[in-house]
Design a protein around this ligand. Structure first.
Ligand SMILES: Nc1ncnc2c1ncn2[C@@H]1O[C@H](COP(=O)(O)OP(=O)(O)O)[C@@H](O)[C@H]1O
Ligand SMILES: [Mg+2]
Length: 279
């Protein structure tokens, strides 16, 4: 696997340990369709293939396009199951081989977006170490933050990094050794409430402090909106509603703006690197 500057490929990952529901698959799907909409060729891998949310989302999209006879932008998608080998060493080898084969299969794409599970498994760790960008969606709650890091109640400073934060450091190290590459780690605040609260303000403060200590960027993601739960069955994203002539409400327009801001924030370093190459 080469770095994005050599073959224009960038990997986007999303990952959060153990608990589901922070919006990994939903964000992955929206990033995929945003990149397609910008004219890029996009590959996608579902490493959470047993749960298969991203694969189901894409299947639903294919079905919707066929039923309604409309054209929808699609990624080149591969669901990837983890090895069932009993021996850990054998399973590791098989996972690595399968992952590398999948990357080669998707080589012709400009971007590869990978959806990963909340559970702690080798295939997911291995995939993370190939990322140019890791995106960790986080619900605006200290319960969710605790999965990532343990913080001091009074100072809101880092008490100790969790297994999760340590893993990201390990993956950054692997990537640096293998490709001399860097991983841009982004924490995305998802399901933000629109009302001002002490919790929201404290989360903001804590994340700012942590971002300096753990070297991640923190960006706002999506507000809490019912539309995200409704679009899954038809495989649609916020970007498809208008094109399909579906009624666009004010909250959808606001959500589309959030998506645009999110994609801009994620891609800023990649675009900067491209400019460096161009000039
Ligand atoms: N911003 C949001 N507003 C409302 N619901 C959301 C939002 N983001 C995700 N969801 C919903 O939360 C649930 C979990 O999302 P999902 O993307 O499957 O999370 P994960 O992949 O992290 O398990 C789904 O029902 C999804 O529709
Ligand atoms: Mg998921």
């Amino acid at each position: 696997m080469t770095t994005k500057s050599q073959n224009k490929k960038a990997l986007h990952y999303r990952f959060r340990k153990r608990k589901g529901g922070s919006g990994k698959s939903t964000t992955a799907m929206h990033i995929i369709v945003s990149l397609l909409d910008m004219g890029f060729k996009v590959g996608s891998i579902d490493i959470d293939a047993r749960q298969g949310t991203l694969s189901r989302y894409i299947e639903n999209r294919t079905q919707y396009a066929a039923d309604k006879k409309v054209k929808l932008l699609m990624s080149d998608h591969v669901p990837l199951l983890k090895s069932e080998e009993d021996s850990f060493e054998k399973a590791k080898k098989e996972d690595e081989k399968n992952f590398k084969e999948t990357l080669s299969k998707l080589e012709r794409n400009d971007f590869i977006v990978i959806d990963t599970p909340g559970s702690d498994m080798y295939l997911s760790h291995y995939a993370h170490s190939y990322a140019d960008t890791i995106i960790t969606p986080l619900n605006d709650s200290f319960v969710d933050l605790d999965v990532m890091v343990h913080i001091n109640r009074d100072s809101l400073e880092l008490d100790k990094p969790s297994v999760y934060a340590n893993r990201i450091w390990e993956q950054k190290k692997h990537k640096a050794l293998r490709e001399r590459g860097n991983i841009d780690w982004i924490v995305l605040r998802n399901r933000l409430s629109n009302i001002h609260s002490t919790n929201k303000q404290k989360m903001e403060e804590a994340l700012l402090k942590l971002s300096k200590r753990l070297a991640f960027r923190c960006i706002p993601g999506f507000s809490e909106r019912v539309i995200f739960r409704e679009m899954f069955l038809s495989g649609l994203t916020l970007l498809d509603l208008k094109a399909l002539g579906l009624p666009l409400q004010f909250s959808h327009i606001a959500a589309k703006q959030e998506l645009r801001d999110l994609v801009t924030a994620i891609s800023a370093p990649m675009l900067a690197e491209k400019m460096k190459v161009t000039f």
